[in-house]
Write a new protein. Sequence first.
Lengths: 288, 110, 257, 604
Amino acid sequence: MDIPYTVHPRADTGLYNAKVGIWLFLASEVMLFGALFSSYILLRVGAPDGTWPHSVLNIPLGTLNTIVLISSSITVVLAWASLKLNNFARYRVIQSITLLCSLIFLVIKSFEYRDKFAHYQVVQKDGKYVDGHLTGSVYLDADKKTREEHGFRGLSFTEGPKGAQKKFTLESVTVNGFEAKSLAEINNPKVGVHHEHKDFKIAAAQIKKIGNYGPWHNTYMAIYFTLTGLHALHVIGGALVIGYIWGPGAAMWKTDPERYINRVEVSGLFWHFVDLVWIFLFPVLYLL
Amino acid sequence: MSATTPDEVHKSVRKYLAVFIALIIGTVITVGAYYVHLPSVAMTIAVALLIASVKAFLVAGFFMHLISEKKMIYGILVATVFFVIGLCFLTIWSMHDFPANMNHSVTGQM
Amino acid sequence: MLDYIKTKLLFMPVLASEHGKDVDDFIVYIHILMAALFVGWFAYFAYTLFRFRQSRQPKADYTGVTSHASSYIEFAVVVFEAVLLLGFAVPLWAKVADKFPDKKDATLIRLTAEQFSWSARYPGPDGEYGAQDMKAFASDNPLAYVKDDPKGKDDVTAPLKEIHVPVDRPVIVYLTSKDVIHSFKIAPMRVTQDAIPGMISAVHFRPTVVGKYLVTCAQLCGNGHSSMNAFFTVDTKENFAKWMAEKSKGGGATSFE
Amino acid sequence: MQPTAKEAHHGDAHAHAHHEELGFWRKYIFSTDHKIIGIQYGITSLAFLFFGFCLMMAMRWQLAKPGTPIPLIGGMLQSIFKDMASGGIMSADLYNMFGAMHGTIMVFLAVVPLGFAAFGNYVVPLMIGAPDMTFPRVNMASYWVFFLGCLVMFVSFFVPGGAAQGGWTSYSPLATLVPTDGQTYWLIGMVLLITSSLLGAVNFVATIIQLRAPGMTWMRLPWFVWVQFVTAFILLLAFPPLEAAGVMQLMDKVFHTSFFLPSGLVVSGTPVDVSGGGSPLLWQHLFWFLGHPEVYVLILPAMGIVCEIIAANTRKPIWGYKSLVYSALAVGFISFIVWAHHMYVTGMGTKISTFFQTTTMIISIPSVIILTCLFMSLWGGSIRFNTPMLFALAFLPMFGIGGLTGLPLGFNFSDIALHDSYYVIAHFHYVVAPGSIFGLLAGVYYWYPKATGRFMSETWGKVHFWLSLLFMNLIFQPMFAQGLAGMSRRMYDGGATYAGVLDPATGDVVGLTKQMIGLNTPITHAAIALGAVQLIFIINFFWSIRNGEKVKTDNPWNATTLEWQTPTPPPHGNFASEPTVYRGPYEYSVPGAATDFTPQNQPK
Ligand code: HEA
Ligand code: HEA
Ligand code: CUA
Ligand SMILES: [Cu+2]
């Protein structure tokens, strides 16, 4: 016996196997992201005043990415519709736009990530904060003779071949940003207040704590990276599957077109789900 | 499957495009609402989540053909939605039902 | 009868608090229900196995049981559970979890748990605590009390792992932890309450018997978990006052140990 | 039954169903055949069952004879764990490590894969008359991801610092702060195991929905299939939140985020350098959101097996089939909203704890109904006491004890005294050890002839049964007393330290009595004896593959369900032609029928 209903729907359920499979899988994905959203709400509601940042993300880029992802969603259904109309060439073209969109999305996302890693917050010994992009950091070697400009590498680091290692300590950093008296001022700026950005050169002796806006920065950044990272993994996964069906897997169109259409439909369902998650992620992370 | 004959497919394509436009408009309104600074935070949140839900409904309903899906799928999804809401709601509720003289802040202030 | 069940059949430990009796009684009631079900079902079970073994009953009966007895039993179980739930568990829990005594009429203890010990602090004559903030932690301020809080000037810190309370007076224990989750448990008091870092939880009870009890930790907290204990001494009023006077000698001197 | 157009379609697919012979690797290792995958799962999980038990025997030694070298394996432990086991003596760290891994392995690497994945894979497609799972390659992936997860868990014992030490519940902050990479391995292992379960669960549900043979309507499914269906749903929907939590704890561990770490932690005199702001209780919620449904994943497959075996060995229909089905569904559904009964003493208020204890009491009712139906099924039967039946019968009172003792834990007020005591340990071991494990062993004895064509030895099976039953009870019954007397779990000295503390003023012993601590010794002896008894089973299991008594027919138990209506062992594709089902699953001793069993596919 062979496995039935791989192509045609079963009479009583009206579904073919893969369709059941993908919806079950999506149900579990709903629980996955649902749990993360619950965690988001919980952490956010529990966060003391002034510790949950607003508008640290780049809203225009986020909006652009939203539009990119929505566009890829329409191309996925249109591609599927083309196959239904037996127009394989059009499917190929439209689906390539989907793939392009996923690429654009990931590129934009990676720029946003990079931006966060370059964004630093310095707590000074006098209690004031400086927040902005790190534009330079100067290191002194152990005998305080050589002075080197480096990408930021912590308060000190050692370098060189074993035995002849050199120890460098931070002398000062330059941050292009603004100064604030409290975290709340940075995280929840009053409506209409615009911080003038300028260069601050901060001596290492002044620094109590320095760190970038990676996931370790606070729980908001943590959940931001976790949610968007997981989402990006889904984008990559979805794009790989769609790309496989579009490219090497397309031979099936000749041998078993109905099954091929089903595959396109199922991968499309997954893709829409990824889009759907983003539809919530965008306002929740960028705007609220 | 929502469409089987070429005619129906053509019709659906028009529907997809309409949905697409609605989604774009929704996005623009959400972002716009953010920039005009609504009078209260609660309102910003309400507007953003409302629009997101409408968008989600459109995507799920039309792009994913949920509007005309089979009963079996509905069953699965209803259960799922029920459990997600249970998880979210009960967790948050239990974090807030601490007897009156307990301080449930999660900060270091004790 | 109840006492016999508690000590001889259920091996319950010494009891030394007011609400503890309710806990014990309640446990006994449930066990009576459980025993009734178990014995009843087991008797039936043993009988069927004997009566319907193949050698005695070579041909099975297609229909089997036709009576509705089991439905009645199920229904009885539901009723019994509902009574235990609504009549006992809910109101009794509300009493221990929500209805805290007035702070003025109670002995207050602020208990800070850490790997692997307990530190108690008393509010002193003003009945109020100075603030505790982990940011204030320093090696000379291990419990992280805010030094310039006026309310804290008269607070009294007891030696590590030592807690004293007067008998027959409600005790409110405020619990927090410096590192991981611990759980404050005094078996004879029938008290268990987690101490969670970043939060303050509270528990209240009224000790009724003078004696020295052991506080243990009921939440896995690392390799010293099994030895994380403290003495909980229930004193007479006079002895407690004496102890307190001795510990608060030198005014605030002991407050930041 | 009218063949529909679609069935006709796959009828023609049948023509090219005769495959080329597969090589050894494709046939036995990277197989997509559900039967091979089931056997792979079975062997792996039995091995881990044994391994998990060995960890526990070492721990039990420490509890009975604290501070003395562990016999036989002490030296080996010392060479692996260095000063965590110096002189072959178990340290607290090692005890915590073994405890955490015993729990993890038993639950996630042994009982769930055995009950759900092994029996489910082997039996479900056969029972519903399907040629295989719907997605055979996903099925294979599920096993290999599982295997990878097992490997990661196993390897974690050998990393510096050893395996996870924060209990199987891995509560943060402890789990995050324990200085070992073992916890990271644990998390990665869990993510892999969860992924595997999700793949499996999708496959099971899809298979049961889509591949039922013609005539196999929902209400004609053997109850075992129903419980697998519910179990798969639980795994599908309850596991992802733990996956999310696992990812978050992994972030805490690897990227120093603070999902579960509040501000201001001070560990052994040093402030912890993290941003803080997280919530330790969030982990507990996400863990128990899986944790509770998971216990039904442990028990439902065992119940299903017991049900099949009781039907076949009483020679009469199961009493209350419909109640069983609805109860299983109800248990599955409600199990999602009772989880916080593990968290009563975190400081819950009356409202929320009332909610959770009410749902907890409600969920006990379908469990009672299930047990009642199984009990009632015995009445009027013609009971055969063969080995599978003995295990199945013992399951009933053993699960009864475990389930009943869940009640005092389920009421928050009594849980104050019982939480975290050996009463909890005894409660859940009664459900998982003489409960689930007995059910699963019954299944091994019952389906062994199907998979191998030979019986396991009846005599040795009975010896195995009676001794296991005896020792299981000797192990777990005294723990109720210890728990009620106030002995806490996860105490590496078995409560000896605190029970032995003297009151400096009077010299009196405070805490636990010597008598209660003394019980640790006979418990340990019983555990070791239980271990020895299992050797009988292991030998019987392997010996019978070659030497067991051969089955004379494909249906040696004269059972009605479809898995017995195929050749033994079933070929690739299972059925020569698609079976058609005409009746319910338990038509035994039908009045007027020629034999005392009427197979589901026997035409009217
Ligand atoms: C298979 C696993 C399994 C099953 C089925 C159950 C079933 C139940 N469990 Fe248990 N439980 C665990 C596994 C399981 N549990 C584990 C592993 C833990 C500990 C986790 C940890 O902390 O590490 C735990 C802990 C645990 C706690 C937390 C205790 C604490 O930490 O303080 C609670 C509290 O409510 C609880 C309750 C229940 C209840 C009410 C049921 C009910 O579903 C039971 C319903 C069944 C019945 C009511 C039986 C009915 C039978 C009859 C009426 C017939 C009797 C006849 C004869 C005996 C002949 N369990
Ligand atoms: C499914 C779950 C499961 C199972 C089956 C068991 C089985 C057993 N467990 Fe355990 N246990 C847990 C889950 C389980 N346990 C959990 C979750 C904890 C809590 C951990 C924590 O605190 O974090 C715990 C904790 C725990 C403790 C408490 C430790 C402490 O708190 O300090 C103890 C103490 O005695 C114990 C003992 C035992 C014993 C004696 C068995 C015996 O019943 C074992 C019986 C085993 C067998 C009989 C094996 C048979 C083997 C075969 C048949 C192999 C055949 C192989 C081939 C054919 C290849 N367990
Ligand atoms: Cu503290 Cu265990
Ligand atoms: Cu539970």
